[in-house]
Design a protein around this ligand. Structure first.
Ligand SMILES: NC(=O)c1ccc[n+]([C@@H]2O[C@H](COP(=O)([O-])OP(=O)(O)OC[C@H]3O[C@@H](n4cnc5c(N)ncnc54)[C@H](OP(=O)(O)O)[C@@H]3O)[C@@H](O)[C@H]2O)c1
Length: 345
């Protein structure tokens, strides 16, 4: 495994962060899915992944806690957790709800510290506008009222040794810009893959300010892998048959036509792309089985390295092509479209 530093902090994390949103069932039963998921997490930690992403919302922490409670390396791990305060329909910032989400995670994950708190500001805007440019003015108008108590409560928790660094999950580029300009956060956590490059324009400014970036879903929820990159080969019940993915396949089709050479191994290409900027510390990958883990680790091992020993940047022309197609498709679907429209389930 390769490791990078998160912005100008002292946090060293593996280039792959283990994402737990979909890896286990939401209940404590012992199906085959959960057995494979448990083995994937155990082996990920054995193989050097030291960064784990979770949220109480996913309903899978029961398994993460169970695996980590008996893993000898659990005290060497760094956790990143998504914390949503205020929630939908709430006004202002509830300090005790924030503290509770962190203290619950410390207990459930059998750890003493949450390395990165990924703060998500929901609030009073209607849920359907929550994650798109049209809802941005309301979220921005609530930003100051939320960030002041957020930073105060975070600082108290930091003094208690319970948290490390505060990052924001901005969703929209305008909100992300406000976060960067505020100087209050150590970094951003946001979607970043071949089909979702919106945050790219902020990378130079973030680097200048010593901020770090943690990317989410390098495979665009599984699409950018050898298994699913061709829509016509999806199996009958595949979750990516959901029409929400149609426009992503259209965007990918244009990308494939625009690049000179089709990647031989899409899984490797997607991981390489997701790590292809020095501001990026890690990419959060949904890994559900030991086989998926092995292929993700192979993707890292097979990618070239730079002079710092990190996965090297890609050809900038490829990144520019991906970015112009991301922006073209966002424009085409209008500001009401919440990001790329990839469902989170
Ligand atoms: N709202 C949020 O906070 C939010 C939203 C999205 C993601 N996240 C975080 O980011 C993580 C990753 O997101 P994600 O799972 O949506 O996206 P992703 O990492 O882009 O895709 C992961 C999916 O790709 C498939 N896959 C994984 N490794 C593979 C391999 N080697 N070969 C072929 N297919 C492979 C798996 O699906 P199958 O098993 O079905 O094939 C897996 O569920 C989540 O677990 C979560 O921690 C957070």
């Amino acid at each position: 495994m390769r490791y990078r530093t998160f912005g100008n902090t002292d946090l060293r994390v593996s280039e792959i962060c283990f994402g737990t949103m979909r890896y286990a069932s939401k209940s404590g039963d012992r199906g085959d899915q959960n057995k494979a998921a448990a083995r994937a997490l155990e082996e990920a930690v054995d193989k050097g992944i030291n960064f784990i992403h979770s949220s109480y919302e996913y309903g899978t922490r029961w398994l993460t806690g169970e695996v980590l409670s008996r893993h000898p390396k659990r005290h060497e791990l760094h956790h990143i957790i998504k914390v949503n305060v205020p929630e939908w329909g709430e006004k202002g910032f509830d300090r005790s709800a924030f503290r509770k989400q962190i203290e619950d995670a410390l207990r459930d994950l059998h750890t003493d510290r949450i390395a990165v708190v990924q703060h998500l500001q929901r609030g009073t805007l209607p849920r359907e506008l929550g994650y798109c440019a049209e809802g941005e003015p309301i979220r921005l108008s609530e930003f100051d009222a939320v960030t002041e108590p957020l930073v105060e409560e975070f600082t108290k928790l930091k003094k208690e040794g319970k948290v490390g660094f505060l990052a924001s999950f901005p969703y929209t580029v305008g909100f992300a810009r406000r976060v960067v300009d505020s100087g209050l956060f150590s970094g951003l956590v946001a979607y970043y893959n071949v089909l979702e490059t919106e945050m790219l324009d902020l990378f130079p400014e973030m680097q200048k300010r010593g901020m770090g970036f943690i990317g989410i879903r390098p495979f665009a929820a599984g699409l950018l892998t050898n298994k699913r990159v061709r829509r016509e080969s999806l199996s009958a019940g595949d979750r990516l048959r959901d029409p929400a993915f149609d426009r992503l396949y259209d965007q990918l089709g244009e990308f494939r036509k625009a690049i000179k050479e089709e990647p031989v191994d899409w899984t490797r290409f997607a991981i390489h792309f997701a790590l292809s900027h020095p501001v990026i510390a890690s990419t959060v990958v949904g890994i559900n089985t030991p086989e998926q883990l092995d292929s993700v680790i192979r993707a890292i091992e097979d990618s070239p390295i730079d002079d710092k020993g990190n996965t090297a940047p890609l050809d900038p022309a490829i990144v520019t092509t991906a970015h112009s197609l991301t922006m073209k498709f966002r424009e085409k679907f209008g500001v009401k479209a919440p990001g790329s429209g990839i469902p989170s389930y």
